[in-house]
Design a binder for this molecule. Structure first.
Ligand code: ZN
Length: 175
C-alpha cells in the first residue's frame, strides 16, 4: 500500500479553483465530485486547514493543490514540489468533527501529511534518508503547530486511536 504514490502516467486535470487553490480530478472522474455545491463547505474548511499549515511550514499557499479521487488510497503526493492533497480523506476522517472549527485530530493529521510530502522535496524514495527529513520537519515545525492550535483555541486530548483506525480501515475496505 502506498499512500503517497506520485502515480506516473496517472492523469489528472484542473477543473477549477477555490480561494486561489487549484482543484483536480482524474480524467475519468466527473468534476462534480469536487465542484458540486455540497462540497463547497467541507472544501473551504479543508483549504483553511491546509493554508493555516502552509504558514507553519513557511511555504507559499501556491504549493497547495487539492484533488478528489475515491478509487486510490493516495492521501497526498508531491509532484515537482507541487503538493496534492486528497479531499476524500478529509471528508471521511474529519468533515463531521470539523464542522465548527478544526479539531486537534485534523490538525495533527494534516501536519504529519505535510511533513511527509515536504520530505519528498528532498528525496523520492521511502528510505532511511526520507525518514530523516520527515522526522526533521516534524521536529522543526511542531512548536509552530502547537502555537497555532493555541491561537485557534483548539482543544487538545481528543484523539482516540481506536476511532481513528476504525474510520481509516473503513476507507481502505471500501476500495
Ligand atoms: Zn511518500
Amino acid at each position: 500500500m502506498n499512500y503517497c504514490e506520485t502515480m506516473p502516467g496517472y492523469s489528472m486535470h484542473c477543473v477549477g479553483n477555490l480561494q486561489k487553490i487549484e482543484l483536480y480530478v482524474p480524467t475519468d472522474v466527473d468534476q462534480s465530485e469536487i465542484l458540486s455545491q455540497s462540497r463547497i463547505v467541507p472544501l473551504s474548511k479543508f483549504i483553511y486547514i491546509l493554508k493555516d499549515q502552509a504558514n507553519v511550514f513557511e511555504v507559499t499557499p501556491k504549493v497547495i493543490h487539492i484533488f478528489y479521487d475515491n478509487s486510490k488510497n493516495s492521501i497526498a503526493f508531491n509532484r515537482d514540489r507541487a503538493l496534492f492533497f486528497n479531499l476524500k480523506f478529509y471528508l471521511e476522517l474529519h468533515e463531521q468533527t470539523c464542522k465548527n472549527k478544526p479539531t486537534i485530530d485534523a490538525m495533527t493529521y494534516w501536519f504529519t501529511i505535510y511533513c511527509h510530502v515536504l520530505a519528498h522535496n528532498f528525496i523520492q524514495l521511502h528510505n532511511t534518508e526520507f525518514e530523516f527529513y520527515y522526522s526533521s520537519f516534524a521536529q522543526a515545525y511542531m512548536p509552530d503547530l502547537i502555537e497555532l492550535t493555541k491561537k485557534r483555541e483548539v482543544k487538545s486530548k481528543t484523539f482516540n486511536i481506536e476511532i481513528f483506525w476504525k474510520n481509516f480501515n473503513r476507507i481502505l475496505n471500501r476500495n
